[in-house]
Every structure is written in structure tokens, then in C-alpha cells.
Design a protein around this ligand. Structure first.
Ligand SMILES: [Zn+2]
Length: 404
């Protein structure tokens, strides 16, 4: 039994004081005041939410364990208040067949501290030449994507979309055309092209890490025309950073940081619902890889430990969005779009809880990072709303050390 004392729950759009008891991995009781049983944790006015769903995480294992492992990546997730990670398939072996996927599933089974749901790749080895064994892996993957490269072979993409439609599954797109690459038009031209296909085929089609005005306009127009099967996510870095701020390799990712105008459009898209969720695009790379000359170092930054505090600080604390928006962006909408079970804080529901310290502003430090890599532009920045406690079923998977 665990008793959480002095938490705040969002009830009818108001934060109200509640104690929560957990027994056998489930929520046993919720009241204004509960007797102390078992392990007692006083969260001192922290906001209790369900564990976040991060639909865009690179856990790097199997294949790239010098950057991250499923163990280190899920420790970082728990610390960041994320209890459901959708894991990207740019791995070795790439989860493009049942045999290859099994390698990843076995490590998840053995080492994952939070729920990890693997993506299957759309094409074999994400090479864009041949479809992956979609039928064979469909029941064991959460969705399909060739993240990092995008599918530029339209015939294959159409086949994958038809498969997704027939099986009520999602295709997540890293939209980038071959002609324009990482330039803004590389993104929005691919987005426009893929929207037309998604309209025609009608499958669930989700655009990853959108970052340009024109992309949002295209998605907004599709929504206006009634195409609710088309969705998109934005990443924290595109919401709070722009290209003028780039200092070194730890500020390099794909899509890259854009102009201030595009940053403001990203915020607008999130606030008006064009983008219905925030995902980290957590992409660890080692210090050696990232300390190379800027043009040579690989794309990607870590972000799973800072995603909730960043959005809390810049949107909720500043009053740009509501506490309910925060829950929708991190829990309700990603669960809905990716066909996951709805999370709830109610008696008899699975204990899947995070306590956010919304009363303290503090610096994010390199020393506290639990990811195996430290390639974050946020080191030294101050945020509010860091998770201090994460509970999944009957386990405390993250607890802030108050002595520090
Ligand atoms: Zn990507």
C-alpha cells in the first residue's frame, strides 16, 4: 500500500486537494484526507496527473546502446513523468519483421521501467525499397513509421496507408521530401502531398514534429474540411527555441530549429488544436558524436526529462493554456490518436500517476540527467513543474531525492 498525501487533482477545471491510496497496483481510494497506510509520501501540493504518453521516443536499443538503452531511456522517461513511450524503429535490427521485432520486445520485457510500445517500420530497414512485413508484426506494434527518413516512394506509402486503413492502425510520418530536405519547404511540400493521399485513402495519418507555418496551414485546412483522421504533434524545442539561438551540436535536430515566425506558428497550432499533442522526439547521441563540427554531428536532442516542465512553464504557468489542455496534450489526445486505453485517476483504475512540483522553479542540470546521453540545449535553463514522483502499478519508478 502507498498513501500519497496532499496532492492536487484537476476536478471540474479546478485543482483540489486529494490524498490517494494505491493497493495491488490499483487506485484503492481517493479522498480529501485519508489515513496513512503503508508507505506514506507527502507530495506537498504537487499536481497529480496520469503518466504522460510520449509518442516519439528514440530508445536506441537494439543497435545503438552507446547512446541509450531501454533501461536508461525508460529511467529517463519515469523521471520525466512519461509512463508510456512509443519507441521509434530506427534500430538495428530494425523492427520490420517478427524475428527482428522480437529482439526489441525481449529487451523491453527484461529492462523497461515504464510501458514501451514499439513502432514497426513501414519499409524494410527503413530503406524505402520494399514494404516491411506489416501483416506479421501488426498485432505487436503500436503503429508504423519510417521516422528519420520519411517514405518518399509513393507507391509503397499508398500500400502502407491502405494496410493501415484496413487494420485501423496509424502511420506516423516524418514528412521530408528528397528535393528540399530539411528546408521548410522540404517539410511542407511532403505534408501537402501526404495529406492528399490520407484524404483519399482515409487511414489514420499522423505527422511527427511539425515545425512550419505552411505545414500547419495545410493540416488546419484538412481539419476544416472534416478530415479528423489527419493529426500532428509538435516538439517542445520548436515551441520555445528558434534558429537564432543555436550554439552548438546540442541544438541540432531534424526538423531543425526554425525562424521566430515559425516558432510562433507552432505555438498557435498547439493553442488552436491543429496540433493536438506534444511529443519529445527524445533522440540521444553520445558526447563524442555531438562534439564534432556542427555540420558533421548527428541530428537530435534528448528531451523526455524536460518535456512536461517546459510545457508547464511556458503554457500553463504563463496562463496561455489550461491545466485541462496540458492533460489533453500529454495524455488524452495521444491515447486517442494511437488507439491506446484511456488513462483515468479513479478508484479501481491502474495506478499510473505522476506528481508535478508546480510550486518550485529550478535549474535543469547536466548532473541530474538519467538518459545515457546529455545532448540537451536546456541545461542551465529554469523550469517549473518537474515530476517528483512517478508510480506505475505497484512500483515507484521515479522519486525525487529531496535531500539534493
Ligand atoms: Zn523524425
Amino acid at each position: 500500500m502507498i498513501t500519497i498525501k496532499n496532492g492536487l487533482l484537476l476536478i471540474d477545471n479546478e485543482l483540489v486537494k486529494r490524498d490517494i491510496q494505491i493497493k495491488d497496483g490499483k487506485i484503492f481510494d481517493i479522498k480529501e484526507s485519508l489515513d496513512e497506510f503503508g508507505e506514506v509520501i507527502d507530495v506537498k501540493g504537487a499536481w497529480i496527473i496520469n503518466g504522460a504518453v510520449d509518442v516519439h521516443v528514440h530508445l536506441r536499443e537494439p543497435g545503438f546502446t552507446h547512446k541509450e538503452t531501454i533501461e536508461s531511456g525508460t529511467k529517463a522517461s519515469a523521471k520525466g513523468g512519461v509512463t508510456t513511450c512509443l519507441a521509434m524503429p530506427n534500430l538495428n535490427p530494425c523492427p520490420d519483421s517478427l524475428d527482428n521485432l522480437k529482439v526489441e520486445l525481449d529487451i523491453i520485457e527484461k529492462d523497461a521501467l515504464v510501458n514501451v510500445l514499439p513502432f514497426g517500420s513501414v519499409t524494410k530497414g527503413e530503406k524505402g525499397d520494399e514494404l516491411a512485413s506489416l501483416e506479421e508484426i501488426k498485432d505487436k506494434v503500436v503503429a508504423f513509421t519510417d521516422d528519420g527518413v520519411g517514405v518518399n516512394n509513393i507507391d509503397l506509402l499508398v500500400k502502407a496507408m491502405e494496410f493501415a486503413k484496413a487494420n485501423d492502425m496509424v502511420i506516423a510520418s516524418h514528412a521530408e521530401d528528397l528535393v528540399n530536405g530539411k528546408l521548410p519547404e522540404g517539410e511542407y511540400k511532403a505534408v501537402r502531398r501526404e495529406i492528399e493521399l490520407a484524404k483519399k485513402i482515409g487511414c489514420k495519418y499522423h505527422f511527427c514534429h511539425m515545425s512550419t507555418k505552411e505545414s500547419f496551414e495545410a493540416i488546419r485546412n484538412a481539419h476544416r474540411d472534416g478530415y479528423t483522421n489527419i493529426t500532428c504533434e509538435v516538439a517542445p524545442h520548436h515551441l520555445i527555441l528558434n534558429e537564432e539561438m543555436i550554439k552548438d551540436g546540442n541544438w541540432k535536430m531534424n526538423p531543425p530549429l526554425r525562424s521566430e515566425e515559425n516558432r510562433l506558428e507552432t505555438i498557435k497550432a498547439l493553442l488552436d488544436g491543429t496540433a493536438c499533442m506534444v511529443a519529445s522526439d527524445h533522440a540521444p547521441h553520445s558526447e563524442i558524436e555531438k562534439s564534432q563540427e556542427y555540420s558533421k554531428c548527428p541530428n537530435g536532442i534528448i528531451g523526455i526529462e524536460t518535456m512536461l516542465p517546459i510545457v508547464y512553464t511556458y503554457f500553463i504557468d504563463k496562463g496561455l493554456a489550461t491545466h485541462q489542455d496540458f492533460i489533453d496534450w500529454f495524455i488524452t489526445n495521444p491515447s486517442k490518436v494511437f488507439n491506446l486505453k484511456e488513462k483515468k485517476i479513479e478508484i479501481n483504475e491502474e495506478a499510473d500517476l505522476v506528481a508535478l512540483d508546480i510550486n518550485t522553479t529550478r535549474k535543469y542540470t547536466k548532473e541530474e540527467i538519467l538518459s545515457k546521453s546529455t545532448n540537451a540545449p536546456y541545461i542551465g535553463m529554469e523550469f517549473k513543474g518537474f515530476p517528483i514522483l512517478t508510480i506505475l502499478k505497484d512500483k515507484i519508478v521515479w522519486r525525487m531525492n529531496y535531500e539534493k
